[in-house]
Design a protein around this ligand. Sequence first.
Ligand code: PRT
Ligand code: ZN
Length: 210
Amino acid sequence: MKNLKIAIQKSGRLNEKSVQLLKNCGLDFENYKSSLITTVNNFNLEILFLRDDDIPGYVAQGIADLGIVGENVIDESQEKVTYLERLGFGRCTLKIGIPKDSDIQQLQDLQGKAIATTYPNILQEFLAEHNLSAEIQQISGSVEIAPGLGLSDAICDIVSTGGTLKSNGLKPFADVRRSEAILIGREGLTENPILCELLQRVRSVLRAKE
Ligand code: PRT
Ligand code: ZN
């Protein structure tokens, strides 16, 4: 039977837990840091190591059959993929943050303000849901320094402990969406016997952790 391909993050916050989950499923593979693809020795699966941002697109296009990626990245990509299982790690919240001394007090105060983010699509959706329009400043990283530099009045970024907001003179203002790592699949894959076996193992690993 043809191997399935699963895409996981090459390095970063989800890499280690994604690798650990697959190992806990009894899969035997070398976690070579330098190679971008590895074959599982005892299961019909290949593992692709990618930037997390590329994972939803690879799965939507069927280049990978499965992927492990944050919900925030899936939503922002607007790619069409199937949610197979919520994995319970990589938990965080996409939040709007404002300067500690900001005069923004309620959501309506965001009207017409400049908000810096690497998540323009999710932010746009959130603003529309609240009938707000704001100027979305799309930047590619270090979002938390934008207000201090005078680039924006607020930010929209991932927060977990809140330490980064605080150390940049910001405070959390509103929750936009929660996120955790998700096992996704390409559409039309659900009847595949290799997937069924893998899903069964993933679920029993998750159950054992409860
Ligand atoms: O290189 P690649 O593109 O693959 O990785 P990346 O740098 O884009 O992502 P990475 O590894 O930082 O995060 C991968 C995923 O982990 C994210 O998409 C989220 O789903 C999840 N996650 C969980 C987080 C955090 N917690 C997190 N704290 N992603 C990012 N952060 C950053 C956040 O952007 C902010 O700068 O951490 C900072 C805030 O953390 P606190 O603890 O100070 O609040
Ligand atoms: Zn990324």
